[in-house]
Design a protein around this ligand. Structure first.
Ligand code: ACO
Length: 316
């Protein structure tokens, strides 16, 4: 041991750098997480190892996970329990260390892996030669629950302040995007519908119950980002809820900057296609704002921002 070995920093690794996540198919695509504090604590550091590398791999179709922790030296007593901490957030069927066993296991699972039935398909779209479809499934559906168990760690690793959803609450629905030929999942979004109280008169008259739909965790897996999947998934959600008379308003939980950007671009396109820019009155009244906002099922803040953007566009 050299004198440097007695310095704590010699045994400290950045969790975000040590954790290598990959999606594996014909080849493996590796990427780093943005956040690891829900797993390794606020400092996102791991103590007690030298040359620490944590491999967390997923089969790109079944998302069967594989975990392998490697290092050159470890402080036996003081080292953080890396594997133990990660296992708290991974499904029980994760395969550890034995890569051959993992490959054998996911190849076997792939044989019977089928996309959800057509009645759950809410939209399809084409990017290049490939066809993708979006499916809506309730959290109590077996396929949905199993796949969500496997992918949910991506919400923690890529969305700030995300936490696991309560799978026992059947109000959760998940929209999934799949490549229909390869069966690879491209991304998912967890959504929740809240009952919306519309006043005593409506309630007493026993009119149809109304709901507010919330987009909670929206993830396109890193290898598939920047190709339009996020926009297609978002538009698919919005179209589904626009057609649903029971949904009165579409909301988003803690959007980050890139999601705000995606949402603005797609909402603007939608309102533009609906000729809102042509209809925009000279003097915008509160009554007009409210009426149009309700028509497009948008939140007050979002609709005001979009109107402002249209005004800038019109007066440019
Ligand atoms: N060629 C080149 N660029 C393209 C193409 C294309 N064919 N199609 C789209 N793009 C561009 C878009 O113009 C956009 O550019 P911009 O960022 O400069 O505006 C960019 O790619 C992203 O648009 P999409 O491809 O439609 O979106 P993407 O599939 O990358 O999804 C998302 C965006 C959801 C933010 C994704 O990056 C992600 O999952 N990030 C990590 C998790 C996250 O941040 N989620 C949102 C948290 S907030 C919440 O959950 C409510």
């Amino acid at each position: 041991m050299s004198v440097l070995d007695f310095k704590p920093e010699a045994w400290t690794s950045s969790a975000n750098e040590a954790l290598k996540v990959s999606l594996v198919s014909e080849n493996a695509i590796q990427f780093s997480p943005l956040f690891t504090y829900p797993i390794f604590g606020d400092s996102e550091q791991i103590f007690g190892y030298k040359d620490l590398v944590i491999y967390l791999a997923f089969d790109a179709i079944t998302f069967k996970p594989f975990l392998n922790v490697k290092f050159s030296e470890k402080l036996d007593k003081e080292a953080d329990d890396v594997e133990g901490k990660l296992l708290e957030f991974l499904p029980a069927d994760v395969i550890r260390k034995d890569e051959a066993k993992w490959v054998e296991s996911f190849e076997e699972e792939q044989k019977s892996f089928q996309l959800p039935p057509d009645e759950c398909r809410v939209s399809s779209y084409q990017i290049g030669e490939e066809t993708y479809a979006v499916y809506k499934l309730g959290i109590s559906n077996d396929f949905c629950r199993k796949l969500h168990h496997r992918v949910q760690i991506f919400s923690l690793l890529f969305i700030e302040a995300a936490s696991y959803i309560d799978e026992n609450d059947t109000n959760w629905e998940i929209f999934w995007t799949f490549n229909v030929t390869t069966r690879k999942c491209v991304g998912y979004v967890t959504t929740y519908t809240y009952w919306k109280y519309t006043g005593a008169r409506n309630f007493d008259a026993n009119l149809q119950l109304k709901f507010r739909a919330k987009i909670s965790q929206f993830v396109i897996f890193p290898p598939y980002q920047g190709r339009g999947h996020g926009s297609n998934l978002y538009n698919s959600l919005v179209d589904t809820w626009m057609k649903d008379d029971s949904i009165e308003e579409i909301t988003v939980e803690d959007p980050n900057e890139s999601f705000d950007d995606l949402r603005d671009r797609n909402d603007l396109k939608r309102l533009f296609n609906a000729k809102l820019v042509v209809e925009l009155p000279e003097d915008i009244s509160l009554e007009w704002l409210d009426r149009k906002r309700i028509e497009f099922k948008l939140e007050k803040r979002q609709f005001s921002r979009l109107t402002e953007m249209f005004l800038l566009y019109k007066n440019a």
